[in-house]
Design a protein around this ligand. Structure first.
Ligand code: ATP
Length: 358
């Protein structure tokens, strides 16, 4: 078991591209840390640096109290699970799981115990003699997990391990990974670009953007109080509605330090309801219903704002607002609705979106 600490870690690739621009992260013993962000933000680079598959240009990576910058991957006491599973097609499940241990000259009796234990945990006990092609995608993924588990590493590293699975299996495996990690209490770092996967798995969520940490913390706190408009629109689906807001209105909403050119107001689709009366300090938007999506338990209304130019409330330049309503709601296309949100559900950001104001 181990803490993983990254101190001012940078990566400059040969050719001069700075993929990681100084990152600090502390993952406590047994915690599940998820790195999430859009394609190209540097998540895989960072994970590969922890694994020792990429060199560290500057800064320090500490695993279990030992600085590993100059330590070979095999000596770092980590086990990595990849997106493509990387199973050996000609080997049985048993031998796939045993392979890394044999390389380390672990005695065959010990290997047998570890593989059988892992297979029991992963419900692969009856499949140990099969070849990977005789398994489903989810079972192959479990073999890849098994291979990591038998190593009994200090840290698990996961690089988008579920991205080749269909939607239903992804959800099932997501739950399995979480249960497994709780049970083994092994520190884990997990990379994904899927914000829902990130939210549901993480003890610590790290939202990355352009080689930097945009926000780090408990997933619910990040959802409830995103630090920037980038985080606000990345975490949560459909994304938070963001609209420009004038200074007077911003001050009324309790932001003291609003510059004259005001800021941006954010409201999540699920924080609206339909009503005529705007709650005190809250917001009411008059919308024309442009499109509706019924997804079963809920309905998404895509509305165009009809209050544009009304300086009294919100100066509108972006007109489209998404409102989440119960699944039974069915406003007709072209009709007008008023969506209201209470003060407690409003997020206020600086005009450039880099700072949360209230
Ligand atoms: P994805 O979700 O698409 O895998 P990512 O967040 O994992 O993206 P990285 O693969 O870490 O992103 O890449 C981060 C940045 O570094 C990208 O702009 C990428 O083009 C660049 N990069 C990655 N590998 C190299 C390399 N070997 N040489 C130069 N630049 C690289």
């Amino acid at each position: 078991m181990a803490n993983v600490t990254l101190r001012n870690v940078r990566k400059i690739y040969p050719g001069g591209f700075e993929a990681i621009k100084g990152i600090d992260i502390e993952v406590g013993d047994g915690q599940f840390c998820v790195l999430v962000g859009p394609s190209g933000c540097g998540k895989s680079t960072l994970l590969r640096m922890v694994a020792g598959l990429e060199t560290i240009s500057s800064g320090e990576i500490d695993i279990g109290g030992r600085i590993v910058n100059a330590i070979e991957p095999a000596e770092r006491d980590i086990a990595m699970v990849f997106q493509n599973y990387a199973l050996y097609p000609h080997m049985s499940v048993y031998n796939n799981m045993a392979y890394g241990l044999r390389n380390r000259r672990v005695p065959e009796s010990e290997i047998k115990t570890r593989v059988e234990d892992a297979a029991r945990i992963l419900e692969l006990g009856t499949m140990l003699q099969r070849k990977p092609r005789q398994l489903s995608g989810g079972q192959r993924q479990r073999v890849a997990m098994g291979r990591a588990i038998v190593r009994q590493p200090k840290v698990f590293l996961f690089d988008e391990p579920l991205s080749n699975l269909d939607a239903k299996l992804r959800i099932a495996m997501r739950v399995e990974i979480r249960k497994l990690q709780r049970r083994l209490a092994t520190t884990a770092i997990y990379v994904t670009h899927d914000q829902l996967e990130a939210m549901t798995l993480a003890d610590i969520l790290v939202v990355m953007n352009g080689g930097k940490v945009e926000q780090i913390g408990n997933p619910l706190e990040i959802y409830q109080r995103p630090a920037t408009t980038f985080v606000a629109s990345f975490i949560g689906a459909p994304p938070m509605n963001l609209m420009p807001i004038d200074a007077v209105r911003a001050q009324l909403l309790g932001a003291d330090a609003v510059p004259a050119d005001a800021g941006q107001l954010g409201i999540r689709p699920e924080d609206f309801e339909l009503g005529d009366t705007v709650p005190p300090g809250g917001v009411g938007l008059d919308l024309r219903v442009d499109a509706i999506e019924h997804v079963g338990a809920e309905t998404y209304v895509y509305g165009a704002r009809q209050d544009a130019g009304n300086n009294d409330s919100l100066a509108a330049t972006s007109n489209d607002v998404i409102v989440r309503l119960p699944g039974t709601a069915a406003p007709a296309i072209g009709t007008r609705i008023r969506a209201v949100a209470p003060r407690t559900k409003l997020h206020l950001f600086s005009a450039d979106g880099r700072q949360r104001l209230s």
